[in-house]
Design a protein around this ligand. Sequence first.
Ligand code: SIN
Length: 294
Amino acid sequence: MPAASLVSSAAQAFDVRPFTDKVGAEIVGLDLSRPLDDADFARVHQAHLDHHVVVFREQRITPQQQIDFSRRFGVLQIHVLKQFLLANHPEILIVSNIVEDGQPIGLGDAGKFWHSDLSYKELPSLGSMLYAQELPSEGGDTLFADMHLAWDTLPAHLRKAIEGRSAVHSYTARYRDGHNAVNWRPTLTPEQLAQVVEVVHPVVRTHPETGRKALFVNENFTTHIVGLPEDESRQILNEINAHSVGNDHVYRHRWQDGDMVFWDNRSLMHLAAGCPPELRRRLHRTTIQGDAPF
Ligand code: SIN
């Protein structure tokens, strides 16, 4: 009998604890190293839809277990920067500021600007799972902005300006912006460039599972709103971003050992707040493919 079939998928007792008055919830008492039965999976799925970002505490899982759990939500996306994929597990992108023998071991400036993962693809990401491996003693937080709330509270003049409009998203828009002594961003090969041709998505999208509307533009990948003059488009995008990341819309995740964080890219933008460069930070990300935004 294969070893995997000896692992029980019996129901687990766990709690979903919403964070007070902010987006997000923590899930306590669930062991992701064990396959989830259908009822437990349905509760996790619902918590993800309700709270947009869920934090699984005290996990001890292998890369393969992270991949297997992520796959229950959909097809996994392989990041274009193959240099930073985990050996033998290309479904995992290493997010890290660590440099070994002069070479970055992972994507060191991932999340430097507010974004929704892979919004530059025809099929942007449904959600991403980020699992802590090595955390700094100071800083390294990840911030999440609720784009449903941002849409619900968007001032009337901005609503009018973007009504029925689409925007262009490009992976290379800010590819090298703000890079420092360490060149985190290798020159893209023609093959890599061919994987990231720019795409057009609606500025306001409808969540395919909940039906809620959300703003879907971000400061990292959105270059301009189609059909508007460049300066007007820039001003509107800047105003939308400033509105979206106001404190009332943002949950700040302070990482703890064993955290695995699973967010909904259709509902949120996120930002890596950074940490002192001498402190080591390493996390493993899986990215689940979503639908074409509508
Ligand atoms: C990311 O944008 O996926 C990385 C976020 C982080 O490092 O906190």
